[in-house]
Design a protein around this ligand. Sequence first.
Ligand code: IMP
Length: 209
Amino acid sequence: MRLVLATHNDHKVTELSKMLEDLDVEILSVRDLPDLPDVIEDGETLEANAVKKATAISAATGLPALADDTGLEVEPLGGEPGVFSARYAGPGATYDDNNRKLLAALEGVPAERRRAVFRCVVAVALPGGGVRTVEGRTAGSIIDVPRGRMGFGYDPIFLPDGSTRTYAEMTQTEKNSISHRGKAVRAARGLVEELLEDAFREVPDDPRN
Ligand code: IMP
């Protein structure tokens, strides 16, 4: 069976592929498939965006598709940037722009109040129209000086609870083992396994033969 990862983000493709590598599935990304529609992430929730991406790419390719949408919800900012995490500092914002804006917004907020949660919603869609979602969350806090060079996005300023290292100071395997996306994808693996079972279920012998 082939499964399309409905994302143009190479970091996400790396993380998702690693977590699904032991399944008997050929993983493709939208980059492997020309002429796919650009999906505008204009939903009001992470769920809406994940479903929109997965269903659009599944319909366009005729293959099952998996999409994730992620948001960082920062408690003292009333849950911002949330669904707007990618463009927090404006359209075309870089990861650094977003991190700087977030650190500026939290200036003067003491460490114990800089609580945040990463939420990741994964949607798996079928060409026939079915779609299911699962969610993963990791709680932590926003530090005041970025640390680490791995990962992407808000990784250098997110310190997961129970860790002395930011996401950006972790190897891919370490991050996946505790991250919001790791938790969501481990839940989504069940959905992919169900798909596989359906795809390879043997057609029972016809008793008339
Ligand atoms: P997206 O809409 O799911 O692509 O994610 C929105 C934004 O959240 C991205 O542009 C990143 O800045 C950030 N983000 C998503 N996943 C992660 C992650 O695993 N670590 C850090 N930042 C992330």
